[in-house]
Design a protein around this ligand. Sequence first.
Ligand SMILES: [Zn+2]
Length: 62
Amino acid sequence: MTTAITAPKCLVCDTDFEVQEDWETGEITECGACGQEHEVVEKTDATVRIELAPEVEEDWGE
Ligand SMILES: [Zn+2]
């Protein structure tokens, strides 16, 4: 039995992401179309939810 995961869409350009088997919560993935980084916030057998990744701050707190 094959369960298809609903592919999340890029929040910027609306392109479907290719769901990777090894994605885990907290994974950072990049949109293949516009390059925007997204964070996987929820992954189940049926769905993947992503949000815009926070921008990485250099010299954070130091
Ligand atoms: Zn995009």
